[in-house]
Design a protein around this ligand. Structure first.
Ligand SMILES: [Ca+2]
Ligand SMILES: [Ca+2]
Ligand SMILES: [Ca+2]
Ligand SMILES: [Ca+2]
Length: 443
């Protein structure tokens, strides 16, 4: 790796870091189309920009991806596998009648950046860019998702950038997509989720590289009540690759669709064909899948409303059962009550089921736990939890509480306020069952 490259990467990283830290920098902005109006980046990134300016003058604006991991003005990567970096930049031509979207590949030749190719895309905006080696040559292809201003339709184009000119491997519509090795052959494939709001249909399709193109090899129907996708998790089920799609249903509720590959065919095992539904995982809090119990496997949060006395529906809370999909079924790995603002959870032992109720308190994202039994109903309050802003926390205000944990944002506290008929509450137990993390970081 040459000094120039290291410098370029350092610049790119520091620019991203600065923009993450200070928010306002146009380098990482999802909205800004106007980098050139802001101060030029220094060093080699400045070299890339100079190359663009030389080629295009000033009649262009850089286009930034609206979401995903690649949202900077230039993506610097080794696109052809020769060990040296190239850059791609997306830009719109401003002196045309209609906004034209282009992708430019810029190469570094003996320390100076030169335009290698310029391709016109049919859209006006970049939605997201992802990479994956789909043809197995050891170099990643680019999946460029784009849209046309004012149109709800989103499309993606897959480019092989390993040649002098970009080669288009695929182009088609998508609602969401994922680049992941779903068949375990060490090459990535493209899985495309499509919603057809007019036909009221939803499906996932699987695209595999063969002889210079991506070919659709399998499609599976999924729950058509999906209105939008919150997240697609690249994970596994039964030791094989699997996708977990967290999607919104009509009323803003989340559920999860699992996608696996069996004998080359896509399957959606949670989709009940007779009911045309996957709502077995429907939940009332905006929880996404994750590794709740820290065993390395992903779980799906499923919820049921807990007894809440006669408080307003807004203050009701759920028992969340984190279920692992394995051997064709959902198995509970952890039970917990998650605070209304999703800031912390309290793990519930199986022996507690049916013996407690919960009420959310608006102030400090609190949870009050109450005694409960099926005969006498909702009883007295047993203990309380809350999360106080670290800036405003004062120990005098919480003299009867004890601190569970704290970080630079929040102080998490608990207070024992009564006795339960069945549950043995102690400070030690509350400390054990409390967690300020809902799921492990890398899930
Ligand atoms: Ca290269
Ligand atoms: Ca490749
Ligand atoms: Ca594969
Ligand atoms: Ca787990």
């Amino acid at each position: 790796m040459g000094k120039q490259l290291k410098k370029a990467i350092c610049c790119a990283l520091s620019a991203v870091l600065i923009s993450v830290l200070f928010g306002g920098c146009s380098f990482f902005s999802g909205q800004s189309d106007n980098l050139l109006a802001s101060p030029c980046p220094s060093g080699d990134l400045g070299g890339i920009q100079k190359a663009l300016n030389r080629e295009l003058g000033s009649s262009f604006v850089l286009k930034y991806a609206k979401s995903g991991d690649y949202r900077s003005a230039y993506i610097v990567k080794d696109f052809d596998g020769d060990g040296e970096p190239e850059a791609i930049a997306f830009y719109g031509v401003t002196d045309q009648k209609e906004d034209e979207l282009h992708m430019m590949v810029i190469q570094n030749e003996n320390g100076s950046w030169k335009i290698a190719s310029d391709s016109k895309l049919d859209g006006t905006d970049i939605e997201r860019v992802e990479f994956g080696d789909m043809n197995g040559d050891g170099v990643e292809e680019a999946v460029v998702a784009w849209s046309i201003y004012g149109s709800p339709e989103t499309r993606l184009t897959v480019f092989d950038l390993g040649n002098t000119l970009p080669v288009e491997l695929f182009e088609g519509r998508y609602t969401d997509f994922c680049v992941y090795d779903l068949n375990g052959d060490r090459c990535a494939e493209l899985t495309v989720l499509s919603l057809d709001t007019i036909e009221k249909a939803a499906s996932c399709s699987f695209f595999v590289y063969e002889k210079g193109n991506l070919h659709k090899t399998s499609t599976v129907a999924i729950d058509k009540s999906i209105t939008s996708v919150k997240a697609i998790h690249k994970s596994s089920a039964d030791g094989k690759p699997a996708l977990y799609i967290d999607a919104y249903q009509d009323a803003g509720k989340l559920f999860t669709e699992v996608i696996v590959l069996e004998d080359g065919k896509l399957k959606a095992p949670l989709f009940d064909r007779s009911q045309q539904s996957s709502l077995i995982t429907l939940r009332y809090q905006e929880l996404t899948c994750g590794d709740a119990d820290g065993d390395g496997n992903i779980e799906i949060p499923c919820s049921t409303v807990l007894p809440n006395g006669s408080t307003a529906a807004d203050n009701a809370l759920c028992l969340t059962e984190w279920k692992q999909y394995e051997k064709g079924a959902l198995t509970v790995r952890e039970r917990s009550v998650v605070s209304k603002s999703l800031q912390y959870k309290f793990k519930i032992d199986k022996s507690w089921l049916g013996a407690f109720g919960c009420v959310a308190t608006q102030k400090n994202d609190g949870i009050d736990f109450y005694d409960y039994n099926s005969k006498s109903g909702f009883g007295g309050r047993i203990f309380r939890l809350c999360a106080v802003n670290a800036e405003t926390y004062s120990s005098e205000d919480f003299a009867d509480w004890f601190i569970l944990t704290q970080d630079y944002k929040k102080v998490y506290l608990a207070q024992i306020t009564g006795q339960s008929e069945k549950l043995r509450i102690s400070r030690n137990l509350i400390e054990q069952q409390f967690s300020e993390r809902l799921v492990e970081e890398n899930s």
